[in-house]
Design a binder for this molecule. Sequence first.
Ligand SMILES: Cc1ncc(COP(=O)(O)O)c(C=O)c1O
Length: 483
Amino acid sequence: MPAHTAPLQLSADAMRAIGERTLDIALRHFADNRDAPVARTLPRATTEPLLRTPLPEQATPINALLDQLERDVFSNALRTDHPRFYAFVPSPTNFVSVAADMLTSAHNLFLGHWMASSAASQVEITTLDWLKELLGYPEEAGGIFVSGGSMANLTAIAAAREIRLGGADRAAIVYCSDQTHSSVGKGLRVVGFHADQRRTVATDADLRLSIPALEAAVRKDRAAGLKPFCVVANAGTTNTGAVDPLGQLADFCARENLWLHVDGAYGAAAVITTRGKALLTGIERADSVTLDPHKWLFQPYELGCVLVRDGSVLRRAFRVEDHDHADYLTDVVRHVKQDVNFFEHGIQLTRSFKALKLWLSLRAFGLPEFRRGVEVGFEMAEHAERVLRADSRWEIVTPAQMGIVTFRLAGGDAARTDAITTRTVDLTREDGYALVMSTMLRGRPALRLCPMHPATTRAEIEETIARLGRFSELAASQAATRA
Ligand SMILES: Cc1ncc(COP(=O)(O)O)c(C=O)c1O
């Protein structure tokens, strides 16, 4: 590092040099991404000697560190922003948001209360208002940006319990389908629900929460003197993209006085498109919704969001009570009672300027560009389905919906097909052209494609499926040799 006097301070020239170097690395990532292997995972035995160093009592030239990061760290990972990353829920980004993240860190604004960040808090409020409007939520709705879907689900559950039950209640029951994301169960456990306070409701043939099964479960619990209080529905399950019958669920929850939370961590963003809006009809009637901009709104991690239909809910649930003695915040609360202090709307006190990247990219590109991006996801999953249907070796397990299609080899012995499916995933990952994973559907593995990158091409989808075919044949012949 260049010489300096006060600790940790750099000259403008030194900062510029670091900035230019890091910008080069970031630009190279964007330029080379498509041609780089989509997945590289090192064994711990390799990462330890590569990256284990003693506590740094000595300074190291930053260029050497940046070289190492580029060579050893960033390249040995799954590239969730790669145009051929079709596993889990991809996170393609955009450069405007990347630049925004740098500004967020550079300014390090404190978004916990209004006094510290009045204008930035206004940017967060404006961005939340856009999401509310897109969902079809009323003016009085509210929300808060959090780190991701898990935190958004947890925040919604905690708020629902506080508002409807006034705190922990051993008789309260929550209903989720068997396709619900694991973060919901984790959130329930973290806020103190016991396993016997959660009902896993069966799904129908399309893996959507079954209303008759839900009605029966609620009836049974009421008869047993328990307190049904919340239904968690899916707006795009991670497994297959299934959307639960949101309108019917809203009717049922209104009739039964149940809180309706919709987990649209990845899928709710599709409301920005005409077809997504139609698929998600009813979401606007949910009491709370999880929507992660770091999934289908093309934002870098960590940006999740929870929205509530009644904006007063968060403040009531996450108020800081007098007996909790936030004494050193007295002046803040005294001055700005009428303004939005986000620390009173969620779990965190210290928060970064989370909305900046979404605000900047939405304004810089305009919403139509995001719509086009989401449309690509729908179209690529549909194209994959068409290609698979044209090849008699494959059978579709669930058709393309909300950008996800699942499939496996057709016919044959189930146990043998399942083993081939699993081996095909391994061979595809080793190949490195595209990343495709399996998921368990009704107890059996199925291959799953979730192509969300706005720059994915039809040719890439076709080549990926061709390779899956070759790897399945290889896996089958390996299995035959072993038998
Ligand atoms: C439907 C759904 N809910 C919740 C989550 C959890 O979100 P996060 O990983 O951002 O915590 C995911 C993640 O993929 C998801 O797909």
